[in-house]
Design a protein around this ligand. Structure first.
Ligand SMILES: [Mg+2]
Length: 230
C-alpha cells in the first residue's frame, strides 16, 4: 500500500459549506428581521453576501486582511448594498454567523461511508484554513472528530494553504512522509497545487467538473470514487 496518511480539507470537501452557510444565513436573516430593513429578499441578500465573502476570503488567504475584519466587513458591505449603514448590526450578524454556522451539519454525499472505509486502512488528518473557533465545533457537531488523528488549522500553524510550510508541518507532526501521504480537497489552487508543490500526491474533488489544465494525481466528481482509488 503506497499511502499511509490521508490529509483532508474540511470545508466544501466533507462539510457542505454552501448548504450550511445558506441555512445559517437564512436563520440570521429571519431572526434579525432584515426584510423589515429594506433587504428585499433572502435570495438577494445571500447573493450579495456570497460575493463580498468570496472577495474578502481571497484577501484573507493572501494575508491582506485580518480575520476580525473579514468577520464583520462581509456583513457591513452587504448591508451597505441595501443602504443600511449600521455597524452595530453588522457586528451582530458577524457574531451570529460565527456562533451558528458551525452548528450546521450537512455533509457531502458518501462522506461517512468513505471516512468509515478509509479509517480502517489509513491514518486521517485535516488541514484547513478555516477559523479555529469554528472548525473544532463543526467537527464535533457533525460527528467527524473521531475519524481524524490531527487537525491542522492554518491559524495555529501560522501559514495558510497553499503555503508549503503548512503541508510540511502537518506531515512532520503526523510522523509520516510526503511520499506516503495524499491530500484530498476541493480547491485546485489551495489544496491541490499546494500539495503538489511539496511533492505530495493529490485527489482533486471537483463535483462541478470545472475545467483546468493542471496535471494532478487523481480527480473525482463524487466522494465515493475515493474507495476505488485508495
Ligand atoms: Mg475547501
Amino acid at each position: 500500500m503506497k499511502y499511509k496518511d490521508i490529509f483532508f480539507d474540511l470545508d466544501r470537501t466533507i462539510w457542505d459549506f454552501e448548504k450550511n452557510s445558506l441555512n445559517c444565513l437564512q436563520d440570521i436573516y429571519e431572526e434579525n428581521a432584515l426584510i423589515n430593513k429594506s433587504v428585499s429578499s433572502f435570495d438577494v441578500f445571500f447573493k450579495i453576501y456570497k460575493n463580498y465573502n468570496k472577495i474578502l476570503w481571497d484577501a484573507y488567504r493572501k494575508d491582506e486582511i485580518k480575520k476580525e475584519f473579514l468577520r464583520v466587513e462581509r456583513f457591513r458591505l452587504t448591508l451597505q448594498h441595501f443602504h443600511i449603514y449600521d455597524d452595530l448590526l453588522a457586528n451582530k450578524l458577524g457574531d451570529d454567523y460565527i456562533d451558528k454556522s458551525p452548528l450546521q451539519t450537512a455533509l457531502f454525499p458518501h462522506s461517512i461511508d468513505v471516512l468509515d472505509y478509509l479509517f480502517q486502512k489509513y491514518t486521517l488528518h485535516i488541514i484547513t484554513n478555516g477559523f479555529k473557533e469554528v472548525q473544532y465545533v463543526k467537527l464535533q457537531n457533525s460527528k467527524l472528530r473521531k475519524y481524524f488523528k490531527n487537525i491542522f488549522i492554518s491559524e495555529e500553524v501560522g501559514v495558510k494553504k497553499p503555503h508549503p510550510k503548512i503541508f510540511e508541518y502537518a506531515v512532520g507532526k503526523s510522523n509520516t512522509k510526503i511520499e506516503t501521504s495524499i491530500m484530498i480537497g476541493d480547491d485546485l489552487a489551495v489544496d491541490i497545487l499546494g500539495a503538489r508543490n511539496v511533492g505530495m500526491d493529490q485527489i482533486y474533488f471537483n463535483p462541478q467538473q470545472k475545467e483546468h489544465s493542471e496535471k494532478i494525481t487523481y480527480e473525482i466528481a463524487s466522494l465515493d470514487e475515493i474507495m476505488r482509488i485508495l
